[in-house]
Design a protein around this ligand. Structure first.
Ligand SMILES: [Zn+2]
Length: 329
């Protein structure tokens, strides 16, 4: 029994469990996070999670222990009931991650079979097969994913829960370029860019995770932040390695904390659009970053451009580099 409990806890770390319930923790030190206590009402954070020991402690209400203890306290369950609850949750997380992996594989296999998909990538300035492979880009033609996955034994309920299938049973992604979004090893979501007339951007329900491919740039003293994956892709193709993407101008708590996890300069390269929304978001974000001691600079692209259109319409690496060097506080 003791060993089973330990094995079960390893399947779902406490921090991951808490995040699924939208708990937000600020990093303190190497392996600790602090946030508001989910077990008692408070306005100042006193709930600590130690990720190395996989335990919590609240200085407000004095409760502490492992994830099973947390489930007992938060859901008012017995030890045995908490184990069962954790087992169900861990299984759902494992299954979701596995089915997203299969879906991403399937979409990747489709890419070569649909010339319109490759045509779209080329239109958006993306040519390099090595990068297309590295980003695990795929194509969702629509109408064939459900059959493919159920044939492999995945239940309709699971596909629904993950959001790959709509309520009416059809594929959620139709005629979309698909980028898997990973957090660590696991795919946590898929981004689908319509190549047709449908609403341009779609995600599956649930978290978008942290910044895109953050582990590749987290040690860079200077990081270029863009809002779209096609911006990211063309910058990488143009030879900029220190790029990451927030998948929109509004950063979630994890993404913001990632940018703040060490001293660095962040080059905010959001769209320069007529309604100024990209630049307003950049100004706000720059202020929030500065308040955390992070140097923020705004890269000003020509009017009406984002990094993607800048390169698609003939901009080159050197020109973009000059814009980065001219970035404003
Ligand atoms: Zn508490």
């Amino acid at each position: 029994m003791g060993e089973d409990v330990e094995a079960l806890k390893r399947r779902l770390p406490l921090l991951e469990y808490l995040r699924q319930y939208n708990w937000v923790g600020q990093p303190v030190g190497r392996s600790e996070f602090v946030g508001l206590c989910p077990l008692h009402e408070e306005t100042r954070p006193s709930f600590y999670v130690n990720t190395r020991k996989d335990v919590f402690y609240c200085h407000g209400c004095g409760q502490g222990g492992d994830l099973i203890r947390f489930i007992q306290l938060s859901r008012h369950l017995s030890f045995r009931q908490s184990l069962a609850c954790l087992d169900t949750q861990a299984t759902l997380v494992d299954d979701s991650s596995a089915v997203l992996e299969k879906a991403a594989d399937f979409y990747q296999q489709q890419l070569d079979h649909y010339p319109e998909a490759m045509r779209y990538l080329n239109q958006r300035g993306l040519y390099d097969p090595a990068l297309i492979g590295e980003f695990e880009i795929g194509y969702a033609p629509g109408g064939s994913l459900r059959r493919h996955l159920t044939a492999q034994g995945y239940s309709f309920d699971l596909l629904r829960q993950v959001g790959l299938i709509n309520v009416n049973g059809s594929d959620a992604f139709y005629q979309r370029i698909v980028f898997p979004l990973r957090q660590g090893e696991h795919i946590v979501n898929l981004y689908g860019r319509s190549i047709g007339t449908a609403f341009a951007h779609r995600f599956l329900p649930g978290t978008k995770g942290g910044l895109y491919a953050w582990e590749k740039v987290r040690h860079c003293p200077e990081v270029i932040l863009v809002e779209g994956l096609f911006d990211y892709a063309v910058l990488r193709q143009a030879g900029f390695y220190n790029v990451t993407c927030s998948l929109g101008t509004h950063l979630n708590a994890d993404q913001f904390l990632e940018l703040c996890d060490g001293p660095r300069t962040v080059y905010l390269t959001f769209d320069v659009d007529a309604n100024q929304s990209g630049q307003q978001a950049a100004v706000q974000l720059a202020l929030r970053l500065s308040a955390r001691g992070i140097t923020a600079r705004r890269v000003l692209l020509p009017q009406g451009h984002d990094p993607n259109s800048f390169f698609v319409e003939g901009g080159n690496t050197q020109q973009f580099q000059s814009l980065v060097e001219a970035a404003q506080p």
